[in-house]
Design a binder for this molecule. Structure first.
Ligand SMILES: Cc1cc2nc3c(=O)[nH]c(=O)nc-3n(C[C@H](O)[C@H](O)[C@H](O)COP(=O)(O)OP(=O)(O)OC[C@H]3O[C@@H](n4cnc5c(N)ncnc54)[C@H](O)[C@@H]3O)c2cc1C
Length: 355
């Protein structure tokens, strides 16, 4: 079958918040008709999930009040919201001296900071025992950026269970082309080949995982592409826990990392992802009831496992670094958490190469 040919100035590969925010940014120098977003029609929804009358964001994604992005025109006419409120339960059943910690590991990095017991208790729930022996250099990097030398990190809460980013990108109306299979990117001819189309581009901005992009561009790579997962149980309730509160669960015997009230009657519990499939909903429900005694008529709603949630190690190996240079020399720009392979938030996206 002959493929249809499309010629476009700017092509985004991947359809998540990073490409939509990138699209908005690109409109500063480009025209709507000159931009196309390619979306994989087989991927699961990242923006909103529907469950028995509830619409909610699957991941807790909050804009940062002090950031240039939140202050930019992207957020014009987006509903205003207060920051989320964060608290910690009492530290129980944990002493860092019970653990053997290897030099250079994420845990040893944490040892040099205050509040080691709480940090390590929560860290082990989020990253698992590997953090005692491996660097998790992406996580160390993010802790340095956000929490040690912070330029302000006030996170704005949801409105009706949806991230403010969702309201911001909903007003954009980009051209989107769905594909089922991505066959290759020909970096010399500047073409993306899908099952039905050949898209000829001047610039390609990719938010798909960097190792996947390098593969389809037929470029070498030697990076450690380990990533961490995230695991959620969602609960409905009648009342007793108002929206936009986070409680970190510092009892090491509990499998909950944190709970977050998405709405006044709906919450998510982020669980130990290393125990995916092994956690009883009754146990989690009991623990939530203890963390928030005022909560009424709590009922399990659904679960969600997101395998690829956080990149783990920084890119530092020669072949991958060389290949990323080749991409850039050929007008292919990796962008976003997985495009760039950086454990970053949306307000940290690097626009410089797009506009
Ligand atoms: C629990 C949690 C909390 C978070 N909190 C925040 C927060 O408060 N603030 C914030 O800014 N960010 C937060 N994030 C990060 C947030 O997920 C990202 O900032 C945002 O979703 C990144 O958007 P993206 O477009 O880069 O990635 P994605 O939305 O993941 O898009 C990547 C694209 O790659 C495609 N893709 C994926 N795998 C493949 C594959 N194998 N082949 C081809 N295509 C593929 C996807 O379909 C998608 O189009 C959080 C993440 C988690 C897990």
């Amino acid at each position: 079958m002959n493929k249809k040919i499309i010629q476009i100035k700017n092509c985004f590969l991947g359809h998540g918040y990073a490409s939509l925010i990138g699209y908005h940014k690109l409109l500063e120098i480009s025209n709507h008709k000159e931009i196309l977003i390619l979306r994989n029609k087989n991927t699961s929804p990242i923006f909103t999930i529907e469950h028995e009358g509830h619409s909610f964001s699957p991941l807790p994604i909050f804009p940062v009040e002090e950031s240039k992005l939140y202050q930019s025109s992207l957020f014009n006419n987006v509903p205003k919201q207060e920051p989320i409120s964060v608290s910690f339960s009492t530290l129980d059943n944990f002493n860092h001296k019970d653990y053997q910690i290897k030099d250079g590991s994420l845990a040893s990095f944490m040892l040099s900071n205050d509040g080691i017991d709480t940090r390590l208790c929560l860290g082990l729930k989020q990253w698992g025992d590997d953090m005692l022996t491996t660097p998790f250099s992406q996580v160390q990097d993010k802790i340095k950026r956000h929490y040690i030398s912070s330029g302000g990190n006030t996170r704005m809460g949801y409105v009706n269970g949806l991230s403010l980013f969702k309201y911001a990108v909903d007003k954009l109306n980009p051209e989107v082309l769905d594909y089922a299979n991505l066959e290759k990117v020909d970096i010399e001819k500047k073409e993306v080949h899908t099952d039905d189309y050949i898209i000829k581009y001047n610039k390609l901005i990719s938010t798909v995982p960097i190792h996947f992009l390098l593969d389809i561009c037929n470029l070498k790579q030697d990076h450690n592409t380990n990533y961490a997962s995230s695991y959620f149980y969602f609960f409905e309730y009648k009342n007793g826990f108002n929206a936009n509160q986070i409680i970190y669960d510092c009892d090491f015997k509990s499998d909950i990392l944190r709970i977050f009230s998405v709405k006044d009657n709906f919450l998510l519990a982020q669980l130990r992802s290393d125990k995916h499939g092994q956690i009883s909903t009754e146990k989690i429900q009991k623990r939530i009831q203890r963390l928030v005694p005022s909560i009424k008529e709590l009922k399990f709603a659904k679960e969600l496992f997101v395998p690829m949630s956080y990149p783990v190690e920084l890119i530092s190996t020669p072949d991958t670094l060389d290949s990323i240079n080749v991409l850039k020399q050929n007008d292919i720009i990796p962008l976003g958490r997985f495009g760039d392979w950086k454990y970053s938030d949306l307000h940290e996206l690097d626009w410089s190469s797009i506009v």
